[in-house]
Design a protein around this ligand. Structure first.
Ligand code: B3K
Ligand code: ZN
Length: 870
């Protein structure tokens, strides 16, 4: 059982007790792990208060207070709390010691929160509120303590016993047991606690910090996987160096450990000195990982490493402040990725995710500000809004005050708050002091939700040579946001004008939109300019600006800012898709093909051309059309793809072959993405359909230099999209080849779930029965169920409602197995508002069914309540 009433930001009050030190002794056993927790507690204020500790799914064995055993009459206990009444320590002066002995059952813990088993290993996940599943504690981020952790387990099965901090002791015990003791000198909230035990392979390395300290780096992986940890190690060292160079931040312990496990609810966890990672974000070699796997591993390793300062050294006062650490750390990992790779392409990928997923969240029933005000299940708030929009808010700040002031602000933030648990306001105040900029209006980004809509109009006066842009902003008005205020929004733009020689020249500007409506005047503008708005996507907003096709093409060809060039193309493509959804007879213009031909023969970097060729996704466009028919949208996107494929076939083929040839000469990620986007188009045409099969065969012909997972998977994805004849054989070849490699089999399940075929539901049923399928492994569950709901819109939105029914049935099972995973997977069902009425009815039917489940978890309840009230 867990608490079933929501909590409110406005109810925050500091803890009545502090804990200075925790001494934990954990004796590991599959069913009966014993936890002895010795707490050094002090009262935080003069008032007489009960000591109320959180605890869930733990069995209390005994409590002693100041070495006196307490009898059951002396305390209160229920499913969620252990209360020591104030009378017990009314006379105690200063620090007092509480020793609590509990037992937990890791093997039964399929929710993967607290202490659980991942395969043969023991590991923990405590953020947000998992520590209370290990022992009774003040499980809140503003209670910070130093920890000593002694881990005891069987030596043969668990040769490695790990916890936070530095190793201070180890030794053998009777009956084949051994122990290791760790001490973490940095006071931390219990959500950063970690413990791991297992038999791993270990990759070691070291890093010398700029002040000359040597840090041991250790990556623990399942046996036999050592070579797959190299890329993670390189990424870690790059991250450590980058944080020193860019932010002057050094690592602080003598050891940094990462453990990769197969059973994990999310990507990774930044526990102090002992990160636990989903193996998906650690393991890679060129046979089994794609280019995007490599990219993501580097980004997640960096993200968790950067948390050591933004999250661990300075942490959150309460969970409503989550974006304090997550938005900021995502911004830092985005900066890092942009520095390591193409900054233009990295930015485009950030924006695609934001527009397709975060905008949908902000428009759906679970919309919340980046600093939420009301929470039932905290795990529901590790959202795209808190993370990605949170990062956009930090980016806007960076834009408004400039890079130099931003760095000064970061320095001040650490100077003021190192070792403390603070709020988003504290962060903005540090930025404001460092830059001398008034950021009071800017703070509204933390309390208002919804994607602001910005409408733009322009007037050019030939006589006065003035150009005026009028921008108006509107955030969504709803029951819970009756009167949204004007936000402080940086708008970067370019004015494109022919110069004296008739060539297009561009001038950049930054406007600060602070009013509901504001007019900006540009003087001495020789002719009516073409305006490219939102350079670098300077704010997370939706823009309405009527620009004709000609202007968009001009931006595509002449804007300085690569984001603007890409975005103008996307706007054009979106407008065509929209037209196709309402008008069957709409004839797509030849100009589009001409511009694609130009693109394909341009000298731009390959990765960037690939981005320009990529159509906006189903989700992104769905969010832009009111009450869209999903079937029509799928058809429209397909029609546009085929039109491009036919029109630009020759150049697509030529580019494809050129990239294929280049690929043989070297390993270029951008060239591979360009090749595979060409393949996506070409495989839609009967004349070039066989290319995908050939590519698959080539990538699997046993010659090491050709083996490449990116190419194999791209070929399979194309074949799945058109349900090619060769697909069945290829999928079974792939299955045979990779059946022993868990992460690759996840990819196999995902491709299977995305096949566009009438028989998909029978196929899904078979896949659920596959010997390697289990709902208990989150990656596996997501690779089948999530991939179907996200990547197979045609059948997920099948007009009979069968797709929705399938998803709901799996969520019902996951409700008891793993509520966090269930709650993540429900997203596409609750975002029904963008679809036409007939689909809304079918989706809601499933939501009502789920709402009636016996023992509905808080995770699902919170989302279903919101969705059904909508
Ligand atoms: N802080 C963790 C996420 C914890 C999620 C809890 N449900 C990973 C990260 O953002 O770095
Ligand atoms: Zn994070």
């Amino acid at each position: 059982m867990t608490d079933s009433s929501p909590r409110f930001l406005s109810d925050y009050s500091p803890s009545d007790f502090n804990i200075s030190h925790v001494n934990l002794t954990v004796t590991l056993d599959d069913k009966n792990t014993q936890v002895v927790s010795e707490l050094l507690v002090t009262k935080a204020n003069e008032s007489l208060c009960d000591l109320v500790l959180n605890g869930e799914h733990v069995k209390l064995i005994s409590i002693t207070l100041e070495n006196q055993a307490l009898s059951a009459q002396q305390y209160e206990i229920n499913d969620t709390h252990l209360t020591l009444p104030s009378s017990l320590f009314s006379k105690t002066q200063g620090e007092f010691k509480v020793v609590i002995v509990t037992e937990v059952n890791p093997e039964e813990n399929t929710a993967l929160e607290g202490l659980f088993k991942s395969g043969e290993a023991f590991c923990t996940q405590c953020e947000a509120e998992g520590f209370r599943r290990i022992t009774y504690y003040l499980d809140r981020p503003d209670v910070m303590a130093t920890f000593t952790t002694k881990v005891i387990a069987n030596k043969v099965n668990y040769p490695y016993l790990l916890a936070n901090g530095n190793k201070i002791d180890s030794g053998d015990l009777a009956e084949g047991m051994h122990f290791v003791t760790w001490y973490d000198p940095f006071p931390k909230p219990c959500y950063l606690f970690a413990l791991v035990a297992g038999n791993f392979d270990l990759l070691t390395d070291s890093f010398t910090t700029s002040s000359g300290r040597e840090v041991n780096l250790e990556i623990f992986v399942d046996q036999g996987n050592l070579h797959k940890a190299e890329h993670a190690m390189t990424s870690l060292k790059k991250s450590m160096a980058w944080d020193e160079q860019v932010y002057g931040l050094e690592y602080d312990l003598d050891i940094y450990m990462i453990v990769a496990v197969d059973f994990f609810n999310m990507g990774a966890m930044e526990n102090k000195g002992l990160n636990v990672f989903n193996s998906k974000y650690v393991l890679a070699d060129s046979d089994c990982a794609t280019d995007s796997d490599y990219f993501n591993i580097e980004a997640v390793i960096a993200h968790e490493y950067f948390h050591n300062w933004t999250g661990n050294r300075v942490t959150c006062r309460d969970w409503f402040q989550l974006s304090l650490k997550e938005g900021l750390t995502v911004f830092r990992d985005q900066q890092f990725s942009a520095d390591m790779h193409s900054s233009a392409v990295t930015r485009i990928q950030n924006v695609r995710l934001l527009r397709a997923q975060q905008f949908a969240e902000d428009a759906g029933p679970m919309a919340h500000p980046i600093r939420p005000t009301k929470v039932l299940e905290m795990n529901n708030f590790y959202t795209l809004t808190v993370y990605e929009k949170g990062a956009e808010v930090i980016r806007m700040l960076h834009t408004l005050i400039g890079a130099e002031n931003f760095r000064k602000g970061m320095d001040l933030y650490f100077k003021r708050y190192d070792g403390m648990a603070v709020t988003c306001d504290d962060f903005i105040d540090a930025m404001s002091s460092a830059s001398a900029k008034d950021l009071s209006q800017f703070k509204l980004w933390y309390s208002q939700f919804g994607t602001p809509q910005i409408n733009v109009s322009e007037v050019y006066d030939t006589l006065t040579k003035t150009y005026q842009l009028t921008l108006s902003q509107q955030s969504p008005v709803t029951k819970s946001q009756l009167d949204p205020k004007a936000l402080h929004i940086p708008i970067k733009l370019e004015l494109l004008l022919p110069d004296s020689e008739g060539k297009m020249a561009s001038k950049s500007h930054m406007l600060e939109l602070t009013e509901q409506e504001q007019t900006f005047t540009f003087n001495d503008v020789t002719t009516k300019p073409i305006t490219a708005l939102l350079a670098d996507f300077s704010a997370p907003v939706k823009l309405t600006f009527e620009q004709d096709e000609q202007s968009l093409y001009t931006i595509i060809n002449h804007a300085q800012n690569s984001f603007c060039r890409w975005d103008a193309g996307q706007q054009l493509l979106i407008s065509y898709i929209k037209r196709l959804t309402i008008d069957n007879d709409f004839v797509l213009p030849q100009a589009l093909i001409n511009s694609i031909d130009t693109l394909l023969t341009s000298k731009n970097e390959h990765a960037f051309i690939a981005e320009q060729l990529q159509l906006p996704s189903f989700d992104e466009v769905a969010g832009l059309i009111d009450k869209v028919s999903p079937q029509r949208l799928v058809e429209a996107i397909k029609k546009l793809s085929i039109f491009i494929a036919k029109g630009a076939q020759e150049n697509l083929l030529r580019t494809y072959q050129y990239c294929q040839e280049q690929g043989r000469l070297g390993n270029n990620v951008g060239t591979r993405s360009l090749k595979n986007i060409c393949l996506q188009y070409l495989s839609l045409l009967t004349t070039s359909q066989s290319l995908a099969q050939k590519q698959y065969d080539l990538a699997n012909n046993g010659l090491v230099q050709n083996e490449n997972m990116t190419d194999s998977l791209a070929a399979l994805t194309c074949a799945a999209k058109i349900n090619a004849e060769s697909l069945t054989n290829q999928l079974s070849h792939f299955e045979n080849k990779w059946q022993d490699t868990t992460l690759v089999m996840d990819k196999w399940f995902a491709i299977n779930a995305s096949v566009e075929t009438e028989t998909i539901f029978e196929h899904l049923d078979q896949l659920m029965e596959h010997p390697l399928f289990t709902l208990k492994n989150p990656n596996r569950a997501r690779s089948l169920i999530g991939a179907f709901a996200m990547n197979n819109p045609k059948y997920f939105h099948c007009p009979t409602g069968r797709g929705y029914e399938f998803l709901a049935a799996q969520i019902a099972k996951l409700n008891t197995i793993n509520p966090q995973v269930a709650s993540r997977l429900i997203t596409p069902l609750i975002q029904f508002k963008s679809f036409e009425a007939s689909h809304q009815i079918l989706m809601k039917e499933q939501l009502v069914k789920l709402h009636n489940l016996p023992e509905l978890s808080n995770d699902l309840k919170e989302k279903l309540d919101a969705a059904l009230a909508d």
